[in-house]
Ligand binder design. Structure first.
Ligand code: ADP
Ligand code: MG
Length: 252
């Protein structure tokens, strides 16, 4: 599977919801952050894939998103590009007064990406490193089955965008190592696989923890290869006034 980059413009896209923003035709219209555009060029990405064409303006218009698209369709850029662009522009956020001087350093990520496995989390983290090159945004990755102490030291080096498997993130939340009070973007990547793996309770806990009155208009973005009934329910519970995007043929 995967996308054929020669004729991907022919892939049918269905977008529904209230006031669907117009898709972009290339990476420069409307402009993504300049530094991000340079990093996209370094990666030899010439033009956006269909899911990216739609997701970039949807996220920029501060909408929630449920996107269904097959593996290899460029979903990672679909959330990283608009989230990073906005983050580069906004700049680092302040650590809350209440957390200063506490005995343990806490991480206050502004964007969280949940992924089902260590392998997928690492892939997203590697892309995030590429696209945050020379920016102030520090990506970090945490996953289960690996030494939590070394991941806590990674978090101490700074963490703006956190890529995590749901189990390990819950573990670090219980330890008080991570705070969700600054989370502006919550991305559920491969949501169908996360449910198949039994992560629903951990995901619900994280989503609830992100509902902070301190954050104006948190956005939740869900990505999935399929759209079965359990994902439809999750979308109904987690998203508000969202755009539904379906790229290519999507199974349920
Ligand atoms: P998905 O998450 O939908 O499975 P990925 O985001 O992993 O897809 O992208 C699949 C492959 O296509 C990756 O190797 C990625 O680097 C590449 N890719 C994604 N977007 C573009 C683009 N706009 N131009 C060129 N290559 C791209
Ligand atoms: Mg992916």
């Amino acid at each position: 599977s995967g996308i054929n980059f020669d004729n991907y413009d022919d892939i049918p896209v269905e977008a529904s919801g209230e006031n669907v923003p117009e898709p972009v035709v290339d990476f420069t219209s409307p402009p993504l952050d300049e530094l991000l555009l340079e990093n996209i060029k370094f990666a030899h990405f010439v033009k956006p894939t269909p899911v990216q064409k739609y997701s970039i303006p949807i996220v920029a218009h501060k909408r929630d998103l449920m996107a269904c698209a097959q593996t290899g369709s460029g979903k990672t850029g679909g959330f990283l590009f608009p989230v990073l662009s906005e983050s580069f522009f906004t700049g680092p956020s302040e650590i809350p007064e209440s957390a200063r001087g506490s005995y343990m350093r806490k991480a206050f990520p502004t964007a969280i990406v949940l992924a089902p496995t260590r392998e997928l989390a690492t892939q997203i983290f590697d892309e995030a490193k590429k696209f945050t090159y020379r920016s102030w945004v520090r990506p970090t990755v945490v996953y289960g089955g690996s030494d939590v102490g070394s991941q806590m030291r990674d978090l101490d080096r700074g963490c703006d965008l956190l890529v995590a498997t749901p189990g390990r993130l819950n573990d670090l939340l219980e330890r008080g190592k991570i705070s969700l009070v600054k989370v502006k973007y919550l991305v559920l990547d491969e949501a169908d696989r996360m449910l198949d793996m039994g992560f629903e309770p951990q995901i619900r806990n994280i989503v609830e923890g992100c509902d902070m009155p301190s954050v104006e208009n948190r956005q939740t973005l869900m990505f999935s290869a399929t759209f079965p009934v359990n994902i439809q329910h999750l979308a109904r519970d987690f998203l508000s006034d969202y755009i539904f995007l379906s790229v290519g043929r999507v199974g349920s």
